[in-house]
Design a protein around this ligand. Structure first.
Ligand code: NAD
Length: 422
């Protein structure tokens, strides 16, 4: 990868963009053919899901300007929403001025839960299960020799007593280093294997044995310093901090603030064939404060130089092996574009993109407001929705922007005028 700062990228044709991407990343044109119509056929789809009747396409685009730990990256994003990729590129451009994103992560630790019911002495049962820690870990590890071979394996066994209404469940957790896997199948297999023995030790009956999507031992983090001048001056800095504080203090704002972060995250998770629902469940469960209040996933502070320091930390259970990451040719090509060589590297990149998205959103909300840029991009969707053809879309969009009228009825009228030669 040479540079992710590509002037005029948005003005190029699809073919021209592909050739720039090939030049910059070294991923060859043949691999990018996975993004052509037919790059993923019904036969391949038939193996990935059930009752398949075809495939369903979405745009894949490239977010420019990202620098992560000093390395430039072109980020593949799959999204149906206009302005998401532009915003990620914009946020990354602002972060770039003072060095881009700095990232880190915990180990790739996932947990599976084994629930035991009908236990008469749950607290004593908890200790009986813990006394068999080594035996249970050994039994779980034996299920996945491949994982041990690549340096993963079971790192711990913990046991909780979960009280609800008049029940007290004994819940054992297998704590597993899943290396480059997302890890759901890996830990589920282990949980099933130890479940009967856990129930026997606890003196109860097993009900659930499945991973938790609250992947709070598998966190990825991103940090960026944003130059006050690049953002638009001291007032914008102060108002971005106000915007963040509203999200930190008010669940109504936090939900939208975090949705903006997930605009970036889910698009890269999807592009790389990872499980968007698992990442989203992990993120939103992590957005609950110690006091039990839903809050912002990110933070924005003014530093000693008057710049903004933005941070994001959240669970990021993504993999490079297993799931669709290996079987979907488009996902394989997208992973190749990122240049990520481990699940941790991909997780950190995705977190940086979430922060880029958040930075761009807060910047625009705290200054000119979201509608100007967003609606200009949305105008294209409106033009297409009212039936504008390839030769007409540009003209309809131009008129809607000039009139600041982003409505279907206006688009229909503009298109009719155009067709009648007015
Ligand atoms: P997987 O089981 O297909 O692959 C993981 C296996 O690959 C490991 O068990 C290991 O044996 C092997 N492996 C080879 N090289 C490895 C390396 N370098 N690092 C780690 N493992 C390596 O996939 P998975 O990641 O266990 O499961 C992911 C899939 O499970 C996704 O498709 C996800 O959608 C699905 N899923 C999710 C949930 C949930 O989130 N609640 C539940 C069930 C299934």
């Amino acid at each position: 990868m040479t540079t992710s700062r590509i002037q005029g990228f948005r003005n190029l044709s699809v073919e021209e963009r592909r050739s720039v991407v090939t030049q910059q990343t070294g991923v060859d044109a043949a691999a990018l053919a996975a993004f052509d119509d037919g790059g993923f056929g019904a036969d391949a789809a038939n193996h990935l899901s059930e009752n398949v009747i075809g495939t369903f396409s979405l745009p894949i685009g490239i977010a420019a300007n990202h620098t992560v730990n000093g390395r430039d990256v072109l980020v593949p994003m799959v999204t149906e929403e206009a302005s998401v990729i532009a915003a990620a590129s914009n946020g990354a451009r602002m972060a770039r001025t003072l060095g881009g994103f700095h990232t880190s992560s915990t180990g790739p630790i996932m947990q599976a839960q084994i629930q035991v019911v009908d236990v008469v002495d749950p607290h004593a049962a908890r200790l009986r299960v813990l006394e068999a820690r080594h035996e249970l870990i050994e039994l779980a590890e034996a299920q996945d020799p491949k994982l041990a071979e690549v340096g993963g394996g079971v790192r711990d066994l913990t046991v909780r007593v979960v009280d609800f209404e008049d029940e007290a469940y004994v819940v054992a957790h297998l704590v597993v280093d899943v290396r480059d896997a997302m890890g759901a199948n890996a830990v589920n297999t282990m949980a099933e294997a130890v479940a009967d023995r856990v129930a026997e030790l606890a003196g109860g009956r097993v009900v659930l044995r499945i991973l938790t999507n609250k992947a709070d031992l598998r966190l990825a983090r991103a940090r960026a310093v944003l130059d006050a001048e690049t953002l638009g001056g001291d007032q914008v800095v102060d108002d971005m901090v106000h915007a963040y504080k509203l999200a930190a203090g008010d669940p109504y704002r936090a939900a939208t603030h975090n949705k903006g972060i997930m605009n970036g995250i889910s698009a890269v998770v999807l592009a790389t064939g990872n499980d968007t629902r698992a990442v989203e469940a992990g993120a939103h469960s992590h957005a609950v404060s110690a006091e039990g209040r839903y809050t912002s996933l990110s933070t924005f502070e003014k530093d000693a130089d008057g710049n903004i320091v933005a941070t994001l930390e959240l669970p990021m259970p993504v993999g490079l092996v297993g799931g669709a990451t290996k079987t979907h040719p488009g996902a394989r090509a997208a992973v190749a574009l990122t240049g990520a060589t481990s699940a941790a590297e991909l997780a950190e990149l995705i977190t940086a993109v979430g922060l880029a998205q958040n930075i761009a959103a807060l910047r625009v909300l705290a200054s000119e407001g979201v509608q100007r840029g967003h609606m200009s991009l949305h105008a294209k969707n409106i033009a297409i929705a009212v039936g504008a053809g390839p030769g007409e879309i540009g003209q309809v969009v131009e008129r809607l922007i000039a009139e600041k009228a982003f409505r279907h009825d206006r688009a229909e009228a503009v298109l009719a005028d155009l067709r009648s030669g007015k």
